[in-house]
Design a protein around this ligand. Structure first.
Ligand SMILES: *[C@@H]1O[C@H](CO)[C@@H](O)[C@H](O)[C@H]1NC(C)=O
Ligand SMILES: *[C@@H]1O[C@H](CO)[C@@H](O)[C@H](O)[C@H]1NC(C)=O
Ligand SMILES: *[C@@H]1O[C@H](CO)[C@@H](O)[C@H](O)[C@H]1NC(C)=O
Ligand SMILES: *[C@@H]1O[C@H](CO)[C@@H](O)[C@H](O)[C@H]1NC(C)=O
Ligand SMILES: *[C@@H]1O[C@H](CO)[C@@H](O)[C@H](O)[C@H]1NC(C)=O
Length: 534
């Protein structure tokens, strides 16, 4: 009964999606914003899809695909279907976070996933998922000597030729539950958050930024670490005057509500689990930009109502192996009113989770609240946006020593010093617009019942695909965003499929993804230098 009702609904929605109505719905838009006289349009939400929360990778481990996504540009193909609609397909690489960690950090071996995606944009909505995910491969990352990395919180460092001290973690046996074999291992600790292939193709290698260091790491196409950048000392975490890379993230099986380290928060540098959550390579391939999830500790980072002054660093990466620190700017992240908090503790910072460079001065940033969504105590998110910021008038502080030394603050207690101009921030695309979400899956939604059509809490990956499948000549793009489901499932696998787990929260979350059609200002050509398509 239920099934036939669903197919009737699906049928009526495909009847509705006649070419005439499609044209009508693309001529209007959901919202528009102007940033430094450049106009951005949110045309429509056009696709949705997911990978089941219990799906496993090529090594038998549960997939969490949403920390970051990057596009293999030459792979983009656009074909016209019999009914005139367009079918897009592409190879993308997705990055998991540090593994299943809601019950403590584990010896997850950091990796990347290779997927083929395809979608047929449907501005009038689609009952069935119209963005498909097909896993092609899984690549385990290694250190410069070929050893795997670990998701465990850091407690020491390792040294490699021509690299700064690399944060590392010590563990016994194999780090899981079976004993025997080698006694103690020290591996690079890695809490990966952003993935960018170099110059549009994995053949050139890729950059990953993490949030333990927080460091910027370059890998070759086979997944071996070949370069590491340590950010300015003001960003490196220090406790008691000594570098201390722990994120106070106790291991699974220990008391995760207890502390891993004293003091729990660093005295200076990135806040725990607030490292380089966003990074992007400039359209010409020359610069790598990385943005902290929120302010450093000395800039108010431990309090949500003081942590909006985040740091954006800029490196010239055009000579592999000789990257140079060339810029640093302050981005004031968006804020929102949390009705559960007193006026004194408002507004709260919408911490950011992904960055996308549209030019050398304009960026998309994916910013959001936390603790709200599927699997959380509250279901309604108050802020989940793709916003725009522009650094053309922002003060470059990269050579100002007082802001870059240990403890160097630009915004003590969240109050910005006088001589710094921040980036200009422009609100843009609200992911939570229910009238757009409701068109898909029989009713995707923000807020309301805890069920699979409720949006997940964390949205951390973002990638653009030009609608012309090439250089974006018509200024139309599809923005794909992915959620990080924290590997929350009741049917999970870890340690190369050898162990099962059930997340304590009792939820099954899927790896959700949404697609929006947007129009960029014609002066921005993010695919100008390295176009998509073959
Ligand atoms: C930068 O400053 C100029 C001159 O004041 C102004 O016209 C322009 O709009 C500003 N741009 C941004 C992004 O704030
Ligand atoms: C779109 O193209 C991809 C890749 O060729 C293919 O797998 C998929 O089935 C196509 N989708 C439709 C609806 O034809
Ligand atoms: C910092 O100093 C305190 C007090 O001496 C000590 O208890 C703590 O273990 C130290 N922490 C680190 C990481 O050095
Ligand atoms: C990427 O392209 C830029 C601009 O052409 C070039 O300077 C850089 O060396 C390239 N990087 C790699 C790793 O190929
Ligand atoms: C459109 O953008 C404005 C400015 O950011 C915002 O106040 C409004 O809520 C947005 N409307 C929708 C439907 O997103």
């Amino acid at each position: 009964m239920y099934k036939s009702l669903l197919s009737a609904l699906a049928l009526s929605s495909s009847v509705l999606a006649s070419p005439l109505l499609k044209r009508a719905s693309t001529s209007s838009y959901v919202n528009q914003t102007t940033c430094d006289s450049l106009e951005y349009t949110y045309d429509s939400m056009v696709a949705w899809g997911f990978l089941a929360g219990n799906a496993v990778d090529n090594y038998g481990d549960t997939i969490g695909f949403g920390s970051s996504i990057t596009l293999e540009r030459p792979s983009v193909k656009v074909t016209t279907l019999a009914d005139g609609s367009k079918n897009y397909s592409a190879t993308v690489y997705n990055l998991p976070d540090r593994g299943w960690n809601t019950m403590g950090t584990t010896n997850f071996e950091p990796r990347i996933y290779k997927f083929e995606i395809s979608f047929v944009p449907e501005p009038s909505g689609s009952f069935h998922p119209n963005l498909k995910w097909n896993l092609l491969d899984t690549l385990i990352l290694t250190d410069p000597y070929g050893n795997p990395l670990t998701g465990f919180d850091c407690d020491t460092t390792l040294t490699f030729p021509d690299m700064p001290d690399i944060p590392a973690a010590t563990f016994e046996h194999n780090g899981w539950y079976d004993f025997g074999g080698q006694d103690e291992s020290v591996r690079v600790c890695f809490d990966a958050e952003t993935l960018n292939v170099i110059n549009g193709s994995i053949e050139n290698g890729f950059w990953i930024t993490d949030e333990y260091g927080p460091y910027l790491y370059r890998f070759n196409s086979r997944g071996m670490m070949v370069e590491a950048i340590r950010p300015p000392e003001a960003i490196v975490p220090y406790r008691n005057g000594t570098q201390s890379f722990s994120a106070d993230s106790p291991r699974e099986g220990s008391d995760i509500d207890g502390d891993d380290i004293t003091p729990a928060d660093p005295d200076s540098g990135r806040d725990n689990n607030h490292g380089f959550e966003g990074a992007s390579i400039s359209p010409d391939g020359k610069y790598l930009f990385a943005l902290l999830q929120a302010a450093t500790v000395q800039d108010g980072g431990t309090k949500k109502y003081q942590s909006s002054y985040s740091r954006l660093v800029k490196y010239d990466i055009s000579t592999p192996g000789a990257s140079e620190f060339v810029g640093e700017y302050i981005v004031k992240l968006p804020t929102y009113h949390n009705p559960d908090k007193s006026d004194k503790k408002n507004p709260e910072t919408a911490a950011q989770s992904e960055l996308y460079a549209l030019s050398e001065s304009q960026f998309f940033v994916l910013a959001r609240d936390s603790g709200r969504g599927h699997g959380q105590s509250e279901s309604e998110s108050l802020y989940r946006h793709i916003d725009v910021f522009d650094i053309s008038n922002a003060t470059d502080i990269h050579s100002v020593d007082e802001y870059n030394v240990v403890g160097g603050a630009v915004a003590p207690d969240g109050v910005l010093v006088d001589d710094i101009t921040t980036a200009t921030l422009c609100p843009f695309l609200d992911v939570n617009v229910n009238s757009q979400l409701n068109k898909f899956g029989g009713g995707l939604h923000n807020g309301g019942d805890q069920e699979w059509e409720l949006l997940n809490e964390k949205w951390e990956g973002m990638v653009l695909i030009p609608a012309d499948g090439a250089s974006g000549a018509d200024n139309k793009y599809y923005a794909i965003i992915t959620s990080d489901d924290d590997f929350m499932t009741q049917h999970g696998y870890v340690n190369f499929g050898k162990h099962t787990y059930r997340d304590d929260a009792g939820y099954n979350l899927d790896n959700q993804a949404l697609v929006f059609e947007i129009t960029l200002p014609s002066s921005l050509k993010p695919f100008g230098e390295f176009p998509a398509g073959s």
